[in-house]
Ligand binder design. Structure first.
Ligand SMILES: [Zn+2]
Length: 498
């Protein structure tokens, strides 16, 4: 949760004419709605949106390092003359993506799981491959042909669309949209496969072992496995695949495909740059950052905004860039907390009018741990697809520390579920409080640190890690390429979470 309400305007790029552009990878001319100039323009514009949505990580030496690895790969790619930009985003998500025109992003979340520079190069090489092979432009062209004509909406994917706050919208749907907000709309299976192959090729051209692409894909596969395993151990349904994973073909299939190519490109004097890589990521945040707010067990702490919340027992907390979502065990009801922009109104009544345009209903005032709150249950008139739609809403507005106002949406899959869970939703909301000193000490963000792997194995390594880390052994194994049961030699430099 960024606590910045983003009204994202998806820029419509109307491209009226088609051009023939030579594809740098295949050398073939292809009919496209996006010539190189419009590709660059689209990239530049979308880059600003990405930086508004995700902050760049404030770590100049790591940014320089990732940029130098990326530039080296890009210079030796099929579009070496393009001006390339590589940015590490301050996001715990495991993600990497590219925009048309040479903008490549990698999250600090994925960096925690890569083992060396060659694997970093593998991820960057894959994304460079999407750009050099003009995949986004091809997709835009296909969509244009299908009469959609919205380029950036496609490039920026579901996140931007789920910003459609213009009223309550379909609230139930919002939960699933927010939860499923992957960044990049999907490329085709063939495009992903081609990006893997190009990535492997760019690795070889730079004297990395292209078999590192295999390690990267295996790491992604392990991420899925870890998510499924932890869900099961907590009695939850394994989560739907999100982020990078959802947009890519089955990692088993990718492993198979790339194994063949990677062998073709084997590099005898390959260098993996493990020392350099580990040194570069030593000390970066792990998990959510202080600025986004952190989850510790059933608690959520947002230090900069000065508040804390506790989820009911058995509920899950998910912190996305748009909202904080607490979901019940049955996953049929949720409390969604979002920030309200200062210009939405001076009073709760004004804000309700601005956002929901209510036509009937009742409001009730309350004080929650010293903060003024207003609950509204009634019918709102919201815009949907240019039309007024009537919508039942059940919400609380609360003005917390520093006069920031928050919106709590009480949502459920059915009216029955809402009736059943409403008291619990309200109870969760009532745990909103000013952050205490005790909360603050629990809210300390985690960092990645390096350590020599102990004789006592992972069980001993766990003792050196933060006690608040969930599933610590599995997590440390995952970070060090030994999930679920790999072995690491004692004395090897490994990552820990402090
Ligand atoms: Zn891809």
């Amino acid at each position: 949760m960024k606590f910045r309400f983003c009204f994202f305007v998806v820029t419509l790029v109307f491209l009226t004419s088609c051009a023939n552009v030579r594809n740098p990878v295949t050398g073939q001319y292809e009919r496209t709605v996006m010539d190189e100039r419009s590709e660059l323009q689209a990239g530049q514009k979308a880059h600003q949106d990405v930086l508004k949505e995700y902050r760049a990580l404030e770590n100049p030496s790591l940014q320089d390092y990732v940029n130098s690895v990326g530039q080296k790969l890009a210079k030796a790619s099929h579009r070496g003359t393009l001006e390339w930009h590589f940015t590490v985003l301050d996001s715990p998500e495991v993600n990497a993506f590219a925009l048309p025109g040479g903008y490549v992003y990698i999250t600090r979340g994925i960096l925690a799981y890569l083992d060396d520079e060659a694997e970093l190069a593998g991820v960057l090489g894959h994304e460079i491959g999407h750009v050099t092979a003009r995949h986004a432009s091809q997709r835009a062209t296909r969509q244009q042909a299908a009469g959609v004509g919205v380029l950036l909406a496609n490039v920026l994917g579901a996140v931007l669309e789920s910003k459609g706050y213009g009223g309550a919208g379909d609230l139930t749907n919002q939960v699933s949209q927010i939860t499923a907000a992957g960044y990049i709309a999907s490329y085709s299976r063939e495009q992903e496969s081609q990006a893997d192959q190009l990535g492997a090729e760019y690795l070889t051209r730079n004297h990395y072992d292209s078999a590192c692409m295999i390690d990267v894909i295996r790491m992604l596969k392990n991420q899925e496995q870890f998510a499924a395993d932890t869900a099961r151990s907590e009695g939850r349904i394994p989560p739907p695949r999100t982020d990078w994973l959802a947009s890519h073909p089955s990692n088993d299939k990718r492993l198979e495909d790339i194994r063949q190519t990677a062998l073709l490109h084997q590099e005898p004097k390959a260098e993996n740059g493990r020392e350099r890589y580990l040194k570069a990521i030593d000390g970066i945040p792990f998990g959510e950052s202080r600025e986004e707010g952190v989850i510790r067990g059933q608690q959520f702490f947002h230090e900069p905004m000065g508040f804390a919340l506790t989820a009911p027992t058995g509920w899950r907390i998910k912190n996305t860039s748009e909202a904080l979502i607490m979901t019940n065990g049955a996953a049929d009801a949720a409390l969604i907390m979002r920030t309200v922009p200062a210009d939405a109104g001076a009073t709760h009544a004004d804000i309700l009018r601005t956002i929901f345009n209510p036509i009937n209903g009742r409001t009730a005032q309350a004080t929650i741990n010293g903060f003024a709150a207003t609950t509204f249950v009634g019918t709102a008139r919201v815009k949907e697809g240019g039309q007024d739609v009537l919508q039942q809403v059940d919400v609380t507005l609360l003005t917390g520390p520093e006069k920031h106002t928050y919106l709590f949406l009480h949502v459920a899959k059915s009216a029955d579920a809402l009736r059943r869970e409403r008291e619990t939703l309200l109870a969760a909301e009532k745990t909103f409080r000013a952050i205490s000193d005790k909360d603050r000490s629990l809210a300390r963000p985690w960092k990645i640190r390096l350590a020599a792997f102990p004789q006592g194995g992972f069980a001993q390594l766990v003792k050196r890690s933060a006690t608040t880390l969930p599933h610590p052994e599995a997590q440390l194994r995952l970070m060090n390429g030994a999930y679920p049961d790999g072995v690491v030699k004692a004395g090897t430099k490994v990552k820990i979470v402090e």
